[in-house]
Design a protein around this ligand. Structure first.
Ligand code: AHG
Ligand code: MN
Ligand code: MN
Length: 336
């Protein structure tokens, strides 16, 4: 048996990042892969907690409500503090923004080495934790802007989504899967618990141009814009060609299915949430980056998500994301 028969036949996230940096950015210093290793470490720890939910006391709510005015689950806090702790050791991270934190965490604002900003939803789909349904973590990575006066932290953070240098998510389900992009395609890894590493299982993932499912919480139908209601009427007709409805209630899970199988996910504005429910900086932007890198589309019903200029940390946005042809189909019905 030759030596190369014994070499492991898989590539981890770190190896993948370094290989691609060598190919595309030979001058890269590897600092980005060091940053990403902080996120992969955090999500391995979160995956371990998720797997033991019910065995250890991490189910249920903390009794508090967060800046989103939502009931905080214990696992929200565990995930949030785990990511903050792991990224805190990465000296190239200057600022962290979390769905669970009222304000940004400024680690090293003035240190020019700390040029990365990490924005994340530590645990997406919190309402599904206690019922053992897929949940996830979503992250977005930006770089500090040049020529920003000291103390103007928000000027570094409130950048449009097309400025992202990387984005990704991890879905904690039957297996733990990570997808990420740095603008050169979408790549997918599965956590191998026997070795504690994310192993590459799909490179350059492409979203099908069309799909057969639409994904929306139809309970709010009467609150959606009339155009969306018209789409919901049409999509059930024979003429539409036989769509199915899938709605898990965890954005990461609904998006992961849409990325792999095609289709469309919608969270439109309602009279109760006129700007929609989902957050621009750490839910819509990262998933829109991934969707576009896989050949899909993401808008707020009017404009491309990645072109939106954020004005507030926890700003919400309507979201229409999925296969190009499906997004265009919905947009034809969805007038402002
Ligand atoms: P989070 O748990 O991070 O607050 O996100 C929950 C979001 C998203 O995951 C999902 O698509 C949406 O809430 C579901 O909202 P509804 O329960 O209103 O359908
Ligand atoms: Mn979320
Ligand atoms: Mn969340």
């Amino acid at each position: 048996m030759g030596a190369n028969d014994l070499t492991p036949k898989f590539r981890t996230v770190q190896q993948h990042i370094l290989d691609r940096q060598r190919q595309h950015h030979p001058t890269a210093t590897g600092e980005f892969s060091w940053l990403l290793s902080g996120i992969t470490l955090a999500t391995k720890i979160i995956a371990d907690h998720v797997r033991r939910a019910g065995l250890v006391d991490i189910l249920g709510a903390t009794g508090e409500t967060n800046v989103q005015d939502e009931e905080v689950q214990k696992l929200d806090i565990i995930a949030n503090e785990t990511i903050a702790a792991c990224l805190g050791y990465r000296d190239n991270v200057g600022i962290m923004v979390s769905e669970e934190d009222d304000e940004p965490r400024i680690l090293k604002e003035l240190d020019s080495l700390a040029r990365y900003i990490v924005l994340f939803d530590p645990l997406d789909g919190s309402s599904n934790i206690d019922v053992n349904v897929s949940i996830g973590t979503i992250f977005s990575i930006m770089q500090r802007r040049e020529n920003v006066a000291a103390g103007k932290v928000m000027d570094h953070i409130l950048q449009p989504g097309y400025k992202q240098v990387a984005a990704g998510y991890v879905i904690y389900s039957s297996s733990t899967v990570m997808a990420y992009t740095t603008g050169e395609g979408v790549h997918m890894f599965t956590l191998d618990p026997s070795i504690g590493a994310f192993r590459l299982n799909r490179e350059n993932v492409r979203m099908p141009k069309r799909g057969k499912t639409y994904s929306i919480n139809e309970a709010y139908r009467s609150r959606f814009p009339a155009g969306v209601q018209d789409y919901l009427d049409w999509v059930k007709t024979e003429d539409a060609g036989g769509y199915g409805l899938r709605y898990i209630g965890s954005l990461v899970a609904d998006f992961h299915r849409t990325l792999l199988k095609g289709g469309v996910f919608l969270y439109p504005p309602t009279n109760k949430s006129p700007k929609g429910k989902l957050r621009l900086l750490y839910e819509a932007n990262p998933l829109a980056f991934i969707a576009e890198q896989a050949g899909g589309m993401a808008t707020d019903g009017q404009q491309r998500i990645l072109d939106k200029a954020p004005t507030a940390l926890h700003e919400r946005t309507p979201l229409l994301i999925g296969s190009e042809e499906e997004v265009k189909q919905v947009a034809e019905f969805w007038q402002p």
